[in-house]
Ligand binder design. Structure first.
Ligand code: PLP
Length: 456
């Protein structure tokens, strides 16, 4: 058998990859024709590829490598835990120290009385858990008709059948017969694209009040929960106008609708606080967590629920769980990751150093002819590309065409920046230094210039 290593020629690795590996969210035939870039290592905010190029990772992987790459401490914890107890479950009246310690830590970090954690291997599984959690909660409270979950168009909550149904991505719903019944989508608070002549504040209220209207239309007795990301990530780093979240909170309180904050991206420092709910000043009943929980070093996610929700669920046997719920190696690595965030005061670094510096540089990109609005919360940011800033106009081309060109130009200039339609987005590791922010911005500007050239 051929031993496949980092030292093989890139073309051979690419050919083998194309022959046997199906990439997620990828047109695989198109990729096979040009060959995937082979990533061989990473340190800090930089990736290295098989040609020896250093790529600045403006997306922290998939918004997850919050503490940066190459942290030996996490590797050591993983090895130790694998030797001591590589696997055991917590299904049948057993538990283990990594699960106990991580849960206690999360209860300490999470706001209010969010004190109980149900684990999954990632965000999609955790959101699937949430569907069953909220329905079981209401059934136990004698209101079994409260089943519908309200979500938002262009939200991303994962890729399993349940979580993709919660999400509001038209392209995902178009494949595989989604959404499943019992999920209702209202419009997103994307002022730049959909605000028309309204001020952002008027628009924020209008979009929040769609929740109230949906509850009234569907019947208060049929609605279980509202789920939303504090800042929509994969939808294009859409930051709601200031008027939006207070109104959403008021409506959830008034109609006794559980509020699920999907913190998969926003959690663990990304928005400048431990959780995006704190940044947006909301009081969720359930928070979905993953990604930054382990900085991506191990696959782990979960749902953190309030005391009362846990108490109600605890009255019955909740027939739900995954083989890898509270996996000891993943839990031990996640705990160490949280300790690093605390010990190195990475939240303080984001608040005082990285985010203010990035904000100043990022917002200055609006001086570029292609850039309309620039939005940033903590260490997640977006720019809208447009042919006409005043009119907030879209390009005449198919949505995403210009964004794709820009992403390709970034990639060619050794910067990972993603596009969502014609919005460009970043979410770099939280440890990024001002000097590295300069490199990111320099490369982004070059890519924007090259995109503009290509459009001429
Ligand atoms: N929720 C949000 C807000 C996400 O951004 C993601 C992934 O990007 C998920 C859920 C799904 O998480 P996972 O890919 O770990 O299943």
């Amino acid at each position: 058998m051929t031993v496949i290593t980092n030292h093989m020629p890139t073309a051979e690795l690419q050919a083998l990859d194309a022959a046997h590996h199906m990439h997620p969210f990828t047109a695989n035939a198109e990729l096979a024709a040009k060959g995937a870039r082979v990533i061989t290592g990473a340190k800090g905010v930089y990736l290295t590829d098989s040609e020896g190029e250093r790529i600045l990772d403006g997306m922290a992987g998939l918004w997850c490598v919050n503490i940066g790459y190459g942290r030996d401490e996490l590797a050591e914890v993983a090895v130790r835990q694998m030797r001591e107890l590589p696997y055991y479950n917590t299904f049948f009246q057993t538990t283990h120290v990594p699960a106990i310690a991580l849960s206690a830590k999360l209860a300490e970090l999470a706001p209010g009385d969010l004190n109980h954690v149900f684990y999954a291997s990632g965000g999609s599984e955790a959101n699937d858990t949430n569907i069953r959690l909220v329905r079981t909660y209401w059934a136990e409270k004698g209101k079994p008709s409260k089943k519908i979950i309200i979500s938002r168009k262009n939200a991303y909550h994962g890729s399993t059948v349940g979580s993709a149904s919660l999400g509001g991505m038209a392209g995902m719903h178009a494949q595989g017969g989604l959404p499943i019944p019992g999920i209702h989508h209202i419009d997103q608070p994307n002022w730049w694209a959909e605000g028309g002549d309204m001020t952002p504040e008027e628009f924020g209220l209008e979009r929040a009040r769609q929740l109230e209207q949906a509850i009234l239309d569907l019947g208060e007795d049929n609605v279980a929960a509202f789920i939303a990301e504090p800042v929509q990530g994969a939808g294009g780093v859409i930051v709601a106008p200031d008027s939006y979240w207070p109104e959403i909170q008021r409506i959830c309180d008034k109609y006794e609708i559980l509020l699920i904050a999907d913190e998969v991206i926003c959690g663990f420092g990304r928005t400048g606080n431990w959780f995006g709910s704190q940044t947006m000043n909301i009081r969720p009943d359930i928070m979905t967590i993953a990604k930054g929980l382990s900085s991506g070093y191990q696959p782990i996610g979960g749902s953190i629920v309030r005391d009362e929700v846990a108490e109600v669920i605890g009255r019955t046997e909740f027939n739900h769980g995954y083989t890898y719920s509270a996996h000891p190696v993943a839990a031990a690595v996640a705990l160490k990751n949280l300790e690093i965030i605390e010990e190195e005061d990475l939240i303080g670094h984001v608040q005082k150093v990285a985010a203010p510096y990035l904000k100043q540089k990022w917002e200055a990109l609006t001086d570029h002819p292609l850039v309309g609005e620039a939005r940033i919360v903590g260490m997640m940011a977006s720019i809208a590309l447009t042919p006409d800033k005043e009119a907030r106009a879209p390009f005449a081309t198919e949505p995403g065409t210009v964004g794709y060109i820009c992403r390709e130009r970034c990639f060619a200039n050794n910067l990972i920046m993603r596009h969502v339609g014609d919005r460009m987005i970043i979410a770099p590791p939280l440890v990024i230094s001002p000097e590295e922010v300069d490199v990111l911005i320099d490369r982004a500007r070059i890519a924007l210039d090259e995109t503009l050239d290509e459009l001429k």
